[in-house]
Design a binder for this molecule. Structure first.
Ligand SMILES: [Zn+2]
Length: 156
C-alpha cells in the first residue's frame, strides 16, 4: 500500500526523499515563494504533489489541541494547516518542528523527522537514474538501463 505524506516547508527546502501520495497546504507554498525551494516545489508538482487547503473542522480540532498542549503560540498558520491536512488524509507528517511533532502526537498523527544527515542546501533538483546514475530532464524510466529515474537534489 502506498503511504501518504504531508510535507512542511523544510521538507522542500532540505529535499526529503519520500514516495507515495504527497500533500502540502497552500500556506506552505506561500512560505516557499521566491526561495530556492520553489524549484523543489515545482518538481514535486510534476511528480503529482497535491496542494490542498485543510477542512475547517480539522483546523478547529488542531487549534483546540494546540492550545491544550501550550504549543499554539509557537505554531504558524501553515503549521496548523499541515496538522489539519495530515489528520484529514491520515498522512505521515514530515517535519523537524518540535511543536508540530508534539501536537501531532497528541492527535495520533504519525510524524517523520527530516534526517539531520540529509540536510544540505539544495541548489537544484535533477532527475537521476537509480541504476546507472545518468541525469535526465523528463524521463521517469531510464532509456539506457531501464531503472527508475527519481528526483534528486543536486547540492553545493
Ligand atoms: Zn539507467
Amino acid at each position: 500500500m502506498l503511504r501518504t505524506y504531508v510535507l512542511d516547508a523544510s521538507a522542500f527546502i532540505y529535499g526529503v526523499q519520500v514516495s507515495g501520495t504527497i500533500y502540502t497546504v497552500p500556506e506552505v507554498t506561500r512560505e516557499l515563494r521566491s526561495s530556492e525551494a520553489e524549484v523543489a516545489l515545482q518538481e514535486f508538482l510534476k511528480e503529482g504533489l497535491k496542494i490542498e487547503p485543510p477542512v475547517k473542522k480539522d483546523v478547529a480540532l488542531v487549534t483546540e489541541k494546540a492550545k491544550s498542549t501550550g504549543d499554539y503560540l509557537r505554531l504558524s498558520q501553515a503549521d496548523i494547516d499541515l496538522l489539519a491536512k495530515a489528520l484529514e488524509v491520515s498522512g505521515t507528517l514530515v517535519t523537524d518542528d518540535y511543536s508540530i511533532q508534539n501536537v501531532a502526537t497528541r492527535l495520533g498523527i504519525e510524524t517523520q523527522q527530516i534526517q539531520q544527515a540529509r540536510i544540505r542546501r539544495v541548489l537544484k533538483w535533477r532527475r537521476r537514474c537509480v541504476g546507472c546514475g545518468r541525469l535526465y530532464e523528463s524521463e521517469t524510466i531510464c532509456p539506457v538501463c531501464g531503472s527508475d529515474v527519481k528526483l534528486k537534489p543536486i547540492t553545493r
